[in-house]
Design a protein around this ligand. Structure first.
Ligand code: ADP
Ligand code: TRP
Length: 322
């Protein structure tokens, strides 16, 4: 089984990204031949500052390696180091119906938020299809928001195969229903667009402050409280053992517990979980040559597969003779 996923380098990674996307993707490393890449061509649809794009790209590389990406198992690369992807984008573009792309939510959402309506932003799903089809992935682990893009990928692959011959594997999305949307410090979906994140590698003091500021209701100390609707408990559940979760749920319901106690414990759990990863990240930061080597070797592995796909696709379309 071939597994592929990508993440845009568009800012600091937070607990939502970690539990929603990183952990599931890293767990899948065990189950097949995995490809994971930093989608910097995609990020270029919204980031037009050279220093920012590069810094975010380096950050994502360090974050994934610190969190357990195993470069022996997984080909880990920058999207732009596999130029076959952009070549394939064109071959798919000529088959991509305007109506199909016009129906995509992400373009409509982004332009509604005020992003300039560029051609790149519009054709973003075709580039994503090329990422997936270039390595002939069977399974694509993504968040629910990306499901439509995998469906576009399937449509384009079927269309190409129908027109030119069976070149592409038809991929399936893998969406974890068990990972609920992680809420931010204000109770909305945690997202860098809402400035409500708890970053996984933020400065320790600032992180603690943000945890202590998580919004709760104003029930008095002695009152019983409902764990299911509490933003602190939602995060506690992600980090505590099942026994500890149950013990906290009992304390909530019994009354006599202040939200401050739960927040303090959450800050400790966060620190216990991320402190060793932060140490690993600091060590990697002192060894930029290693990180660059990992990305270069990952790109070589991805390119070998992508080149073979492209050779077949070029021949199938008549760009090269029989
Ligand atoms: P953001 O909303 O901060 O811009 P992205 O849209 O870049 O995050 O998301 C990157 C990945 O992380 C996607 O696969 C997405 O599904 C996942 N993700 C982002 N925020 C959350 C969240 N609050 N809960 C669960 N998963 C999330
Ligand atoms: N569009 C994805 C996101 O914003 C990132 C991405 C780009 C991707 N290409 C991909 C994810 C291919 C899976 C497969 O989160």
């Amino acid at each position: 089984m071939r597994i592929l996923s990508g993440i845009q380098p568009s800012g600091k990674l937070h607990l939502g990204n970690y539990f929603g996307m990183m952990r599931p993707a890293l767990e899948l490393q065990e189950e097949g031949e995995a490809y994971l890449f930093i989608a910097n061509y995609h990020a270029l649809t919204t980031i037009h500052d050279r220093a920012d794009l590069w810094a975010h790209t380096q950050d994502v590389a360090l974050d994934f390696l610190a969190c357990g990406l195993d470069p022996e198992r997984t080909a880990f690369y920058r999207q732009s180091d596999v130029p076959e992807v952009t070549e394939l984008t064109w071959l798919l573009s000529v088959l991509a119906p305007m109506g199909l792309l016009e129906r995509c939510h992400s373009y409509k959402d982004k332009t509604a938020r005020g992003l300039p309506a560029s051609h790149g932003l519009f054709s973003y799903p075709v580039l994503m299809a090329a990422d997936i089809l270039a390595v002939q992935a069977n399974v694509v682990p993504v968040g629910r928001d990306q499901k439509q893009h995998v469906e576009v990928t399937r449509d384009l692959a079927l269309k190409f195969n129908h027109q030119f011959g069976e070149i592409f594997t038809i991929p399936e999305p893998a969406i974890r229903d068990s990972v609920a949307v992680v809420s931010g410090v204000d109770g909305q979906k945690m997202s860098k667009s809402y400035n409500n994140t708890i970053d996984i590698f933020g400065p320790a003091k600032e992180t603690r402050k943000r945890i202590m500021r998580i919004v709760t209701d104003s029930k008095a100390l002695e009152e019983p409280k409902d764990p299911a609707t509490c933003n602190v408990f939602v995060l506690l559940k992600l980090l505590a053992t099942p026994d500890e979760q149950a013990a906290w749920a009992d304390r909530y319901r019994a009354g006599g517990m202040g939200y401050g106690d739960a927040k303090k414990r959450l800050a400790e759990l966060f620190e216990d979980h991320f402190a060793p990863l932060r140490e690993r990240r600091d060590a990697l930061l002192r060894d930029p040559g290693y990180v660059e080597d990992v990305l270069q070797q990952g790109a070589q592995r991805a390119r070998a597969v992508a080149r073979a796909t492209l050779d077949q696709a070029r021949a199938a379309t008549g760009l090269v003779g029989p």
